[in-house]
Design a protein around this ligand. Structure first.
Ligand code: ADP
Ligand code: MG
Length: 254
């Protein structure tokens, strides 16, 4: 087995007494595509956000590329990272949200160059050059100067993916990237993600698109009520699930 890109160990999280993650252990191999499925409220977003330190775990920890997220081992003790160190960690992980989260007052090009320029990783000229390359890859070269509101949902989500790629992350997390789209726009976004899957990056995708999962995923995880009920190859979990809860869920989304 190849090296782990992400290791989640004993993850627990509650919100106001409600146990949302109830002890999650999950290893994600480098260069693979993992699809996370589960009913609404099962903890999928919370789990994904913990990997990016948008959510702090109550117990357990996350390791990305050999580095603890949010904390650092100092001698025998875990020391919380400062905000600036967290931003550095986060910059190495791409995150694509259900509702795109583009900056509405910035053009498409400005959205894409914002992170590399503001973090000082790239000067403006090379950042623009890279942005144009990314726009070409997602088929939106002619939209560089448009504002998000002038684009369709599918186009906005493709821009959001380009923005996530601007820092060239080796790990990209997608939280229901097509759930907010009209059905006819889902395909164009899945096509971009499918192409990314061939680029050797590690992708973690929360989605209800079972067809996509069957075709693209190396590993499928079914989450329910804050626990992993079942995980494995798509041919097993999606075609021949061993748990009633998985079967029940699949019969409802298919
Ligand atoms: P999913 O993405 O699987 O739909 P979430 O991880 O978003 O599930 O949420 C799991 C549960 O945690 C839900 O009941 C949700 O209401 C609750 N929850 C999530 N985030 C917060 C928060 N910031 N404050 C309070 N409750 C939250
Ligand atoms: Mg969610």
């Amino acid at each position: 087995m190849s090296a782990a890109a992400v290791q989640i160990v004993g993850a627990r999280k509650s919100f106001g007494g409600k146990k949302v993650l109830q002890g999650i252990d999950l290893t994600i191999a480098q260069g693979t595509v993992t699809v996370i499925l589960g009913p609404s409220g099962s903890g999928k977003s919370t789990l994904l956000r913990a990997v990016n330190h948008l959510e702090k775990l109550d117990e357990g920890y996350v390791v990305v590329d050999g580095e603890l997220i949010g904390v650092r081992l100092v001698g025998e003790r875990l020391k919380e990272l400062h905000e600036k160190q967290i931003l550095t960690q986060r910059a190495r992980i791409g995150f694509v949200f259900q509702n795109f989260n583009l900056f509405p007052h910035l053009t498409v090009l400005e959205n894409i160059i914002e992170a590399p320029v503001s973090t000082g990783l790239l000067a403006k000229a090379p950042a623009r050059e890279r942005a144009y390359e990314l726009l070409a890859q997602i088929g939106l070269s002619d939209k560089a100067d448009a504002f998000p509101r002038q684009l369709s949902g599918g186009q906005q989500q493709r821009v959001a993916i380009a923005r996530a790629l601007a820092l060239d992350p080796q790990l990209i997390l997608f939280d229901e990237p097509t759930s907010a789209l009209d059905p006819e726009l889902v395909g164009e976004v899945l096509t971009v993600i499918r192409r990314l899957a061939e680029s050797g990056r590690t992708l973690v995708v929360v989605t209800h698109e079972i067809g996509f999962a069957r075709e693209v995923a190396d590993h499928v995880v079914f989450l329910d009520d804050g626990v992993i009920v079942e995980q494995g190859a798509p041919g097993d979990v999606l075609v021949n699930p061993s748990h009633a809860r998985t079967r029940d869920f699949l019969s409802r989304v298919l």
